[in-house]
Design a protein around this ligand. Sequence first.
Ligand code: GLU
Length: 417
Amino acid sequence: MSSTLADARKRLNAAAQHVDCPDEVLARLEYPMETLAASIPVRRDDGSLTFFKGWRARHSDLLGPTKGGIRFHPSVTMDEVMTLSFWMTMKCAVADLPFGGGKGGVSVDTKDLSEMEVERLARGWVRAFSKMIGADRDIPAPDMYTGPMTMAWMTDELEILRGRKEPGAFTGKPVSLGGSKGRDTATGRGAYHTTRHLTKALGLPDEGATIALHGFGNAAQAYAKLATEDGMKIVAVSDSSGGVFNGDGLDIEAVIKAKEAEGSVSAHDGEEAIDGDALLRAEVDLLVPASIGGVIDEDVAKETDAAAILEIANGPVVSDADAILKERGIEVAPDILANGGGVIVSYFEWVQNRSGDVWSLDTVQERLEQRIVAACDAVLDRHEEAGSLREAAYVVALSRLSEAAQARGTCRQFGEC
Ligand code: GLU
């Protein structure tokens, strides 16, 4: 991923020009409040021992306990984890959640590990970082290559370590172990509501918008289903092994089935093939990057034929591409708004765990839509003044953070007491 903390800071500083934010608050947000690096030992099935590098960054707890996923991916670095924790601070602030931002990760290719080895790694991660974790301190969740099963192992390990139940310490758990209904499709559903609510701002047609999806994981699949049901046309989909294109709209259920059966959307027969690079440049109403960070660099920004972009992935557009897209009139619904559905339903899970209540799927989905619409409205209110949806989202987030910092007073925030 080419987005870095330095990259993220550029957007923060640009937003600061529109917000009455003391320099000290800005300086505090430039770097995580706390980051821990650890070497995690995992006993392999053959009896040998492998050490994996892992991290947890708590960026800011100004608005509440820190919140954010843990990713298991070979490209994870400490800088990436810190950057992602910064984005979580901004994302939670845009969604008006009582959370700060955190992120964790391990540099590992889980495809090289057996399921038992992945379980040992998940449990080892908790042993390494347990001091940071807790429902009132830092609440991890799934991210790339982690999921409900990972959260179940992690919750179990923390409960063993502490000798008591810790229901609100992780979110994204299986529903049978205190997870929330609707968490599995929340990111895609939130992105869908964002698309609908920002139709005008993104310049999309009211009906039949054409969409290209770069990446076809869980969030992208949920998004594709909802968008199709609503009459939008998913014309292109790709994953790391290839892609398919149909100008009249793909049969999304069939593409999902092909991916489930063969591991890639390219196994879906009877459509024109398209690779990821060509998809990023395709002529569509909306390009939706939903894979890794940094895929829309300056070159793609210059060459894409998409009329607008909506970020389901974290950080798919690098900051150096922002000005090019703006100049070309390509509006971007930013990640910190468009993929906030996941952490919003994580918040609902945390609320349910702490209250002992269990919400119906309808309640979860209704409240998710309300929160996404409120976040979109807050961003739209600052759109004209800020100049782009991304800058407007940063302005909304920074305003809320700045207000909280000033309400708290300088002493605790800056460690001067
Ligand atoms: N990993 C997700 C994200 O990047 C979800 C975080 C959460 O639910 O805490 O937004």
